[in-house]
Design a protein around this ligand. Structure first.
Ligand code: S3P
Length: 176
């Protein structure tokens, strides 16, 4: 019988949640939901503008509401915003309803990617040392995901394969 459990991708900005999520969903024939995109479509403005115009707490409330709602879908791949899994309500529901994968990378790789993209409000104004501390701090929570995928030496395709194997194996073993 086909499992309907969702696959949820968590991790820092720049960890490839959207790219990997899209590839995964194609392989599985599942729908793909990118929480950031849903927020932008609903609000009709970019995340950066939400932060600029309404502030982070407004964004976090919206993020919680939309993520909790998205987690109700079945047979889906869902990519959370980088801060989503840090929210206890989101984390609890995600862990109950889905199989979760943390896309983990070396801090240096993440910092390089984050620095390249100026559109991310959370990283604006942070120097490399501060970004490194943020990565270390957040990793403690990301590590609560069901599976940690060490992405550093893997191609996109191999990251996808690894996640698919874990998903299929757990389905065959009839556990999470
Ligand atoms: C955030 C990450 C962003 C977006 C928002 C806040 C964060 O998502 O949700 O800017 O707190 O790390 P990505 O991880 O998709 O960049």
């Amino acid at each position: 019988m086909k499992s309907k459990k969702n696959l949820v991708l968590v991790g820092m900005m720049g960890s490839g949640k959207s790219t990997i999520g899209q590839l995964l969903s194609k392989k599985l024939g599942f729908k793909f939901y990118d929480v950031d995109k849903i927020i932008e479509n609903e609000q009709k403005i970019r995340i950066k503008e939400i932060f600029d115009q309404k502030g982070e707490s407004f964004f976090r409330i919206l993020e919680e509401k939309i993520t909790l709602n998205t987690l109700n879908y079945e047979s889906s791949v869902i990519s959370l915003g980088g801060g989503g899994f840090l929210n206890e309500n989101i984390r609890k529901k995600t862990l109950i309803k889905s199989m979760t994968f943390w896309l983990d990378w070396d801090s240096l790789t993440l910092i390089k990617r984050i620095k390249k993209n100026k559109k991310r409000p959370i990283s604006q104004g942070l120097n490399e040392k501060q970004l490194q501390s943020l990565i270390i701090e957040r990793s403690k929570t990301y590590s609560k995901a069901n599976h940690k995928i060490s992405c550093e030496k893997l191609s996109e395709l191999n990251i996808v394969k690894k996640i698919l194997n874990l998903y299929e194996n757990s389905k065959n073993n009839n556990k999470n």
